[in-house]
Design a protein around this ligand. Structure first.
Ligand SMILES: [Zn+2]
Length: 504
């Protein structure tokens, strides 16, 4: 199939949206001011951030960045086809954290999201939020290339390109472009509609924005390649990936919107090739098994779901090394499952599972097959037998889901209470908890869980309404009621903080 192609990462658009220009000297300063790493928590629930107050024209603080990120992540959840697949989300976050731990000037926790979109794209926005299109997987030959894209995006964040652009924009009220940023997020869901909105917003000063963009892009490359090297990846993967972009854009016939076709100038490629050439390459090692499994999963289950492409990938993997062969068998099993050939899927997966009993990718797929065959109890037994379930959130979700399907509601409920406490930002936990509560006839808890799912999508008023119903139902204990009331206050506080973004 033809790869629809965008040469420009949206991060770049975020930069261009804000206009202004950054001189080469300023960029050099950012570069020199790169700071030593600071230990950061991996995941922080941002609900409880204090209202730090935002006044037009003032410098954007890190707290404000995080707050804006918190607002936009919720908008993004509501407006874009985010992939909530726990395996894939877990994989890109692990990879991302590995890179972040080797980045300097890390001032916010990082979160990595995957959008189900075959367009080649990735972008970063306020508060350490990095979004990757599933199309990036299709296009990456190995984990190092995927990591190079992520290192580039991480560097947009650590260099605070967005915030600095705002600071440079002294004459503009900082929040008039909130709608424009919103359309960027929309653009990831529906490139056509989103881009039309963006072009309107940008009509006029596009030309002057290009230098700004290129400076930022080059800086993100330069910082990113060092992050890549420090994290033990092959620095050569960055020019390799960029070269693929360049080749592809030359082959493309219909030039998209001007900003999307923003060329990858030869100077950028030459610069990064030169830098990579001066860096030591790591010893050759087998390709990451998790990367291959993730790529196969994306290609078989997401990104347009073209089984022809998936089959071509699987064929190619079948003649590779041992990791490739394992990934090929995993892919065959997923395709068989999708074709409702459950016996075949199960047989393929059981072989893989016997070789790696704690591997979450195989256990997860076996759970799906068992549930489809109405044998959820078997999945529960298998998961409980695996020691990996204790520390693996993906398997905990699997176990909860299998328990629900097997009618073991109380057990599911208990697992999910713990899960949502530990991972309050994962919508999967809340939607399963909602199901478990409903199955047990716990109406108040069902409403409260649904409220959390809505709050994660920024629908705070609706969430408050549901929590009020939960509190008024008289179904819960005194403690439950107090908890609902406290949560209502918290969400109202959050809505108040977010007013500044919704007023425009
Ligand atoms: Zn970029």
């Amino acid at each position: 199939m033809i790869l629809k192609f965008q040469t420009t990462f949206l991060a770049l658009l975020v930069g261009t949206l804000l206009g202004g220009s950054v001189s080469a000297a300023t960029v050099q300063n950012y570069w020199e001011q790169e700071e030593k790493p600071v230990a950061m928590p991996v995941s922080v629930s941002t609900d409880t951030l204090p209202d730090i107050g935002i006044t037009a024209g003032s410098t954007l603080s890190i707290g404000q960045e995080i707050q804006m990120g918190n607002f936009y992540v919720r908008q993004m959840r509501a407006a874009t086809p985010l992939i909530d697949d726990p395996l894939l989300v877990g994989y890109i976050n692990q990879l991302g954290e590995k890179l972040v731990s080797h980045a300097y000037s890390v001032k916010t926790p990082f979160h990595f999201y995957l959008v189900n979109n075959n367009e080649l794209n990735a972008f970063a926005f306020f508060g350490g939020n990095v979004v990757i299109h599933s199309g990036i997987f299709r296009y990456s030959d190995n984990e190092d290339q995927l990591a190079s894209v992520m290192a580039h995006e991480i560097s947009h964040v650590t260099q605070r390109h967005l915030a600095r652009a705002m600071e440079d924009q002294k004459n503009n009220a900082p929040f008039t472009w909130v709608g424009a940023l919103g359309s960027i997020i929309l653009a990831t869901a529906s490139p056509q509609a989103g881009m039309a909105a963006l072009t309107t917003t940008l009509a006029g000063g596009q030309q002057s924005m290009i230098s700004f963009t290129q400076a930022n892009e080059q800086e993100a490359d330069r910082i990113g390649i060092q992050v890549l090297e420090r994290a033990g990846f092959d620095p050569q993967s960055m020019p390799d990936f960029l070269q693929k972009l360049a080749d592809e854009s030359r082959g493309s016939t219909a030039p998209p919107e001007m900003l999307l076709t923003h060329p990858l100038p030869d100077s950028r490629l030459a610069d990064i090739r030169n830098r990579a050439g001066q860096m030591a390459r790591p010893q050759q090692r087998p390709i990451s098994k998790d990367f291959l499994l993730a790529k196969v999963r994306v290609m078989t289950m997401y990104a347009g779901n073209d089984t022809e492409d998936a089959r071509a990938l699987i064929q190619q993997l079948q003649v590779g090394g041992s990791h490739e062969k394992i990934a090929a068998q995993y892919g065959e099993a997923i395709l068989a499952y999708q074709d409702k050939q459950y016996d075949k899927a199960s047989a393929l997966l059981l072989v893989l599972n016997s070789q790696a009993p704690d591997n979450a990718w195989f256990l997860d797929a076996l759970t799906d097959v068992d549930i489809a065959r109405q044998q959820a109890g078997q999945a529960v037994a298998r998961l409980e037998k695996s020691g990996a379930v204790i520390n693996n959130p993906v398997l905990q979700l699997n176990l909860a889901n299998a328990c629900l399907e097997a009618g073991q509601y109380a057990k599911a409920h208990k697992i999910l209470n713990k899960y949502t406490f530990t991972w309050p930002d994962d919508p999967n936990g809340w939607s399963l908890l909602e199901k478990a509560s409903a199955a047990e006839g716990e109406r108040d808890q069902e409403l409260a869980a649904r409220a959390e799912g809505l709050a994660l999508k920024g629908k705070l008023d609706d969430a408050v309404t549901l929590l009020k119903q939960a509190s008024a139902s008289g179904k819960g204990s005194k403690l439950d009621q107090a908890r609902y009331d406290a949560r209502i206050d918290q969400l109202r506080g959050l809505a108040k903080i977010f007013e500044i973004y919704t007023k425009n």
